[in-house]
Design a protein around this ligand. Sequence first.
Ligand SMILES: C[S@@+](CC[C@H](N)C(=O)[O-])C[C@H]1O[C@@H](n2cnc3c(N)ncnc32)[C@H](O)[C@@H]1O
Length: 807
Amino acid sequence: MAPDPRVLKAFKAMKAIGISENKAKPVLKKLLKLYEKNWELIEEENYRALADAIFEEEDAEVSEQKKAKIVEQGENFEEEPLADVEPLRPLKRLRRGLEVPATPPLSNSSPVSGGALLRRPKLAEGELPSTSMQRQSQDKTKALQLSTGNVGADTPCLTYKGKEPVLPIIASAENRSISGASHGVLIRDSTVGSQYEVPIAVIHPDFGFLFNFTRSLGIRDSSAGNVSMDEPVGLEPHPSQHIGGEYRSSGAQALLTKRSSNCELANVPEGSHPSLEIASSTLGEVKISLTCNSAVGSPNFHKPTLDELRELMEQRCLRSYKIIDPNFSFMNVMKDLCECYWELVTNSSRESQERVSVMPSLDLLRKSSARDALLSGGSEENIGMSSSMNGTAERDEKQELKDCEFINSSSLAVVPQCQLNADELRVLNDVKDIAKGQEGVVIPWINEINNERLLPFHYISQNLVFQNACVNVSLYRIGDENCCSSCFGDCLSSAVACACARQSGEYVYTSEGVLEKEFLDEYISMTRDPQQQCLLNCRCCPLERSRNEGIIEPCKGHIKRNIIKECWSKCGCYRQCGNRVVQRGINCKLQVFFTPDGKGWGLRTLEKLQKGAFVCEFVGEIVTIKELYGRNTKNLNCSVLLDAYWASKGVPKDEEALCLDATCYGNVARFLNHRCFDANLIEIPVEIESPEHHYYHVKHIRSSIFMLAFFTTRDVDAFEELTWDYGIDFDDHDHLANAFLCRCGSKFCRNMKRSSISARIQSHAEYKMSWLVGHSIVEILKRCRLISSLMKKGDEVGFSLATPLSC
Ligand SMILES: C[S@@+](CC[C@H](N)C(=O)[O-])C[C@H]1O[C@@H](n2cnc3c(N)ncnc32)[C@H](O)[C@@H]1O
């Protein structure tokens, strides 16, 4: 028998919104039965009834599964039986909203939408919160009644006790009938007997997640359950809220209105971006609404719990947004966002002497919030200036350093305030006074040598993991009991050697906290002897492998090779005991300064350093080699290989081999200049443990060695520039990493010894000539002026002329 064209049409309509025939078929059957084959009802509004019924069925399934799970977990709660909990009850939402108990006249159900086939999220029946925050507050017994439609309507949709109320994800068909201020969602907290309304401004009529991260102004009665991020309750009760608490949002209203009248599913662009809307009331509440249209119509639609969302966000923040602070909390970010918003609101209000809140732009909020997060984010090193940790005393010292005659990093550590207008600036400065020794966030980095403005450089105090780098940052805890409080490995010989000493095998620090001389000398000689380096590294170096398959020859070191297997086991347990060494070492005062000899910015110590002292860590983004080459990096001088275990584990692929790239994200080590052969710093891989006895375990490298630490190779005087040997082969003309003429001044300078230097100068001269040919005399003069204005005392003319004319 030929298939019924009406059935086929129905399937086609469902397919258009991502519902398969298999899914649609049984529901259609049931619907036909329910409607006594009245196709008009099914076809109405582009098969809305059918789509709704399918979605309802899915919802019911999910809800059943969740219930089963909760029962399994032994959760104890009460849920009022709901009329629409049945697995398949088509059109229940429409019926609920219209209070029509039987088969509904669908066409009138949604005055605003005009017949949208939208999937509307609702407070899923039976869905109960299980967030840790909710668990924290189990003692509070609340019964939350949520009703939609008319304010004051007494039709509970969900009631439960013993838990915090669910996150109010409220956007059902009923909300479409809203018009004017009286519409919204009524939340009733039966324990406090108050009721309040979610203002329309924060409810998306079609699909919305309402995060009610309400900041508190302290105007609320604590008995009313002060709502905060820790209790992501629905809405904070305030009796007068829906009367006096007018919400104002940053453009949200206009957006909503637009959407309300334009919510045909077919019109929802695929993959449209979620939009964030923020509103606040004059009563001090700030609410955030996230609209996520792209989920509409998805066949696998599942409304996540706040916990699921939080977890996923935190994972994403760890990997994509490069936040590796173990204390990072997405919820706190949201809370901060509300706080910032409110600060901006009240600042502006104060200024304008008006009682009415002035809404800051989302853009300003974003800037303020990001800054806030960074400023309070626990990076303790003073940006680009001192790697000192901790305290007020340090602050004073930093102040002293600021007075130093040389250009210090505070001139670098600036928020790019030029992007802000005067009002925004004032607000920002009120929020945080960056002049008080606080860190900035972005260093607009100019390579003075090449006169190129490179990508902004962001100061970070810990390594970040870029997306493909297969680094699982997990926290490993070493019990306090495993370490004795004051040893430096000397307990190894005793009967009760601590775990740190046992694991490091051979302890390489003296009781003064510097590296053992014997170990250091051995390490230095191994690093400096090209023959040894070559034998240890070249065979497996993935960079060399790609060019010299199978041939062992001296490394063309465009990226510094730094990890030598033999040293690995001895190179220092910086866990428990070693940590103290780092703490000690980290107190050395460093300064970013402008070098007088044409190397651009450099790093120096402001006090005498003993041989073997820890100076600082090399911090950057952990990327794969493939990712590194994929980056539009001008040169690779800010990158080092993390080539641990190449020799023993075989040759890793480019997608696996990791490096640290400090081009855009890094710490003070980023300003270390190169010195051939006899640099006063050497880099040694170490393990480090945070003060909380955590350390970062890098699964991929399998040894948890994660940090590249710089130690002095000799005694270093105060104000001496700190340098390290990048390991560059200046004969390797192919590589961008060599794109500078070495000005290290070492008598062993590899660059000066090469006859190729003249060839280089020659090629620069040729380049310059070709540039001259293509430019007018005015442009040439401009260029010359620029060069001379950039030149500092001590710069040689030859240097500038030899510089590629890149500006
Ligand atoms: C990691 S950065 C060091 C900081 C850099 N001087 C700055 O101003 O930001 C590396 C770059 O510094 C410059 N540089 C480092 N060592 C140098 C040297 N010995 N001679 C000349 N330029 C050097 C080169 O431009 C190199 O690409």
